[in-house]
Design a protein around this ligand. Structure first.
Ligand code: IPE
Ligand code: MG
Length: 226
């Protein structure tokens, strides 16, 4: 979800105002995804690297996040949505952790769409954490080196049990992965749109999905004969 700052700057507003509009856009896109029938939607909400932003911006973002997590309870539960998070939750301020945990607990048994929030998330940090947990299991004699396969390694990641993403949409026009789901995106289709995140709506989302539908996914294989 990129482009909040640029959106605000173009309007002579503060970056924080851009983030505020970004939250509203996220809310609308969650709803749109549910209506379209997307089973899993992961929102790259705050990266590990985002902690390096000016303290005032980080604080404002955390405030908005806490507010959002409280505000969406009702509509999330009504719409049968399950919420999960990936990333280093312990980095988040205590009130944000509390709101998040409450939302995750209260929606645990929901059967509709899964909304996965990436918070204090970094792809490399996730892989290193997986390696470290794997070594711990080796030390405890729970696994042997021969058993280590890509599937087994995947089960040590935050995304354990989730399918790899089919599509990555990046708003704001930059052609970068920015340390997002590095392992999981091995065969993900990427769509970059110039639309800035606060302006991103269901119609833009659908355009990205139509673009995705035109792709021929081979996963390293060859095109099948008709
Ligand atoms: C994305 O918008 C929001 C977060 C990373 C939290 P940016 O704040 O990165 O917006 P630009 O890239 O400066 O426009
Ligand atoms: Mg940015």
């Amino acid at each position: 979800m990129d482009g909040n700052g640029r959106w605000a700057k173009r309007r002579g507003l503060t970056r924080v105002e851009g983030h505020r509009q970004g939250v509203q856009a996220a809310r609308k896109i969650v709803n749109a995804a549910r209506e379209i029938g997307i089973p899993v939607l992961t929102l790259y909400t705050f990266s590990k690297e985002n902690w390096n932003r000016p303290q005032q911006e980080v604080q404002a973002l955390m405030g908005l996040l806490e507010h959002y997590l409280e505000e969406v309870h009702k509509e999330i539960e009504e719409h049968d949505i399950r919420v999960q998070a990936i990333g280093e939750m312990e980095d988040l301020p205590a009130p944000v952790q509390q709101s998040l945990r409450r939302l995750i607990d209260r929606t645990r048994s929901k059967k509709g769409m899964l909304v996965n929030l990436a918070l204090s998330y970094g792809g490399r940090a996730e892989i290193v954490r997986a390696a470290s947990r794997l070594l711990e299991d080796f030390k405890q004699n729970r696994i042997s080196p021969k058993e280590i396969t890509p599937d087994l390694f995947s089960s040590y990641l935050y995304t354990q049990g989730l399918p790899d993403p089919d599509l990555l949409i990046r708003t704001g026009g930059d052609f970068r992965i920015s340390n997002f789901l590095l392992w999981q995106m091995a065969y993900t289709e990427i769509v970059v749109t110039q639309v800035l995140w606060p302006d991103f709506r269901k119609r833009h989302f659908i355009r990205c999905l139509l673009d995705y539908q035109k792709r021929e996914r081979r996963f390293g294989g060859v095109q099948e004969e008709a």
